[in-house]
Design a protein around this ligand. Structure first.
Ligand code: SF4
Length: 467
C-alpha cells in the first residue's frame, strides 16, 4: 500500500542511561517513519542528536555512549507537514528564558497555517515549516509568561487543533501528551523504576516492561521519580481514534486503546470473505501487509492459504518512499511470485488498502505473468475517498483512486477479475468500537475537527470546551 505514516515517538525515565533503550524503541517504531531519527537526553542540559536516515544509520554506538542521562525522548519521522529535510528532523530543541525544551510530535495540526500567520504578524520568525515547531514555540511563550509547565501545556493544547501525541522535555521533566480526541496512539509502560511513553505497545515488549495503560485523550502525563502524575484538559463526549492505526499503520502485535491490531485484521479477513465470497483455489497475501487479513479470509472461507508472493526483506517498505517513481520501481524489486504455487490457479489476492492503485496493478500483473488463471482482489480497508489532514500523507483527492473511480473502474485499472472492499459497517464490526469514537474521515469525508472546505462529523466543536 503506497502511503506514508506520520511518526513514532518515545520518552523514557530510568535510573540508568536511557539512550540505548530509546535507540531500541526507535528501531521497534521504525515502520512509522524512515526519513529521519533523533534522540534528546537531559544531562546537565538537553543534548540532541538527529539526522536523516534509518535509526541504525543515524546512531552509532559511540554517539549513543556519549548521550548520557537518565531521561530522554526519541522520534522517527515521515514528513507529512514540512519537507523531508534535516532541519525538520525531530526532536526539536529550543532554548528559552526558563531553560531548554525538546519535543517529538506524531500527528498533524489543522490550524498550523493560521497560527504561523498569527505569530508572524507578532514578529516571530520560524526556523522550519513544520507544525511541530508551532507547538514548541507556543509552549515556550506560555512558559516565558510565567506559567508552570502543566498550565503552559494546557494553554498550548487550547490553542492548537488536530492530531498530536507528544513527548516533551522541559529541562529535566518528561511529559507525554495526547490530543483531546485521542487521534494518534500513545501508551505508558513500566518496570522496576523505568517508565516509558511510546506510540505503540510493541516498544514495551522489546524493552521487557509491562504496559500500564494508554494515555487518555486530553491527558498530560508527567513521568519521573514520583511515578506517573496525570492532568487533563476537558474533552468532547466522543474520541476520534484513527481507525487506520489498526488497519495498517501500527504493527499487528500492538495493542492500542485496548484492542490488538492483529485481532482486528483477522476479523476483517473473516468479514471480507462473508461480504465478498468467490470460488478460488488459493488465498495469497500481499506480504507483509495483507497477511493477517488473508489468514482471516481463509479461516472463514475454507480456501487454502499460500505465500504466493515472496518479499525481498532488504527493500524498505514501498509506501514510505515519497516519490511515486521510486514506489513503482520498488514493487518489482520487492515482490517475486512463486510460480509453481500460483500457476493455473484462481487466486484471491488480499491486502490492507488501495490508495493510488499503481502498486496493486503491478502486483496483479506479476501474478498473471506467473501464470495465475484468475486474480480476485480483496481489500481490508473501505474505499479511501477523501484526504487525511491529521497525520497521514495523502493530501489531495487526486491522489486517491477511489475518490474519482467506482469499484468497477478501479477493478479495470488494476486488471483484476473481481474486486471487493470491506464495508464501513464491516470495519466497525471488526473494530468492536463505537463508530462515534473513531475518526473515519478518509473513508466518509467527515472529519472530527473543523477543516476548511470539508464536512465535520456530528459532534460539537472543541471550541465549546475552551476555558
Ligand atoms: S482521516 Fe483517515 S487516516 Fe486520517 S486520522 Fe482520520 S482515519 Fe486516520
Amino acid at each position: 500500500m503506497p502511503f506514508g505514516e506520520a511518526c513514532g515517538v518515545v520518552g523514557i525515565y530510568s535510573h540508568k542511561q536511557v539512550s540505548y533503550d530509546i535507540f531500541t524503541a526507535l528501531r521497534v517504531l521504525q515502520h512509522r517513519g524512515q526519513e529521519s531519527a533523533g534522540i534528546s537526553v537531559f544531562n546537565d542540559g538537553i543534548h540532541t542528536y538527529k539526522d536523516m536516515g534509518l535509526v541504525t544509520d543515524v546512531f552509532k554506538p559511540k554517539t549513543l555512549e556519549k548521550m548520557r542521562g537518565n531521561i530522554g525522548i526519541g522520534h522517527v519521522r515521515y514528513s507529512t507537514e514540512g519537507a523531508s529535510v534535516q532541519k525538520n528532523a525531530q526532536p526539536i530543541e529550543i532554548s528559552t528564558t526558563i531553560g531548554q525544551l525538546a519535543l517529538g510530535h506524531n500527528g498533524e495540526l489543522v490550524n498550523a497555517n493560521e497560527l504561523r500567520e498569527k505569530y508572524k504578524e507578532k514578529g516571530w520568525a520560524f526556523f522550519s515549516n513544520t507544525d511541530s515547531e508551532i507547538i514548541i514555540r507556543v509552549l515556550a511563550k506560555e512558559l516565558h509568561e510565567g506559567r508552570d509547565p502543566v498550565s503552559a501545556i494546557k494553554n498550548t493544547m487550547y490553542e492548537i487543533s488536530g492530531s498530536y501525541s507528544l513527548v516533551l522535555l522541559i529541562n529535566n521533566r518528561l511529559f507525554g501528551i495526547r490530543d483531546p480526541l485521542g487521534i494518534k496512539p500513545l501508551a505508558i509502560g513500566k518496570k522496576s523504576g523505568k517508565y516509558i511513553i511510546a506510540s505503540e505497545s510493541v516498544v514495551f515488549d522489546a524493552l521487557d516492561v509491562d504496559m500500564v495503560r494508554d494515555v487518555s485523550p486530553g491527558e498530560i502525563v508527567e513521568i519521573g521519580e514520583n511515578g506517573i502524575n496525570s492532568y487533563r484538559v476537558p474533552t468532547p463526549e466522543h474520541t476520534a481514534h484513527c481507525f487506520f492505526e489498526w488497519v495498517y499503520f501500527a504493527r499487528s502485535d500492538s495493542v492500542m486503546d485496548g484492542v490488538l491490531a492483529y485481532d482486528v485484521r483477522k476479523k476483517i479477513g473473516n468479514i471480507l470473505s462473508r461480504e465478498h465470497p468467490v470460488e478460488a483455489d488459493l488465498v495469497v497475501p500481499v506480504p507483509d501487509s495483507g497477511r493477517s487479513y488473508a489468514i482471516g479470509y481463509c479461516e472463514a472461507s475454507g480456501i487454502k492459504y499460500g505465500e504466493g508472493l515472496i518479499k525481498n526483506r532488504y527493500v524498505e517498505r514501498t509506501f514510505i518512499m515519497p516519490e511515486q517513481v521510486m514506489r513503482e520501481y520498488n514493487v518489482s524489486v520487492k515482490l517475486n511470485p512463486v510460480k509453481s504455487m500460483v500457476e493455473g490457479k484462481r487466486i484471491v489476492l488480499v491486502d490492507d488498502s488501495i490508495v493510488r492503485g499503481t502498486t496493486m496493478g503491478k502486483i496483479v500483473s506479476i501474478l498473471r505473468k506467473a501464470g495465475a488463471k484468475q486474480v480476485h482482489v480483496r481489500i481490508g480497508c473501505p474505499m479511501i475517498i477523501a484526504p487525511c489532514y491529521l497525520g497521514i500523507d495523502m493530501k489531495t483527492r487526486g491522489q486517491l483512486i477511489a475518490s474519482n473511480k467506482s469499484v468497477e473502474g478501479i477493478r479495470e485499472t488494476i486488471g483484476a477479475d473481481s474486486l471487493g472492499y470491506l464495508s464501513i459497517d464491516g470495519l466497525i464490526e471488526a473494530m468492536g468500537k463505537d463508530r462515534k469514537d473513531l475518526c473515519l474521515g478518509c473513508i466518509t469525508g467527515e472529519y472530527p475537527v473543523k477543516i476548511r472546505g470539508e464536512k465535520m462529523r456530528g459532534q460539537e466543536s472543541l471550541d465549546r470546551y475552551l476555558v
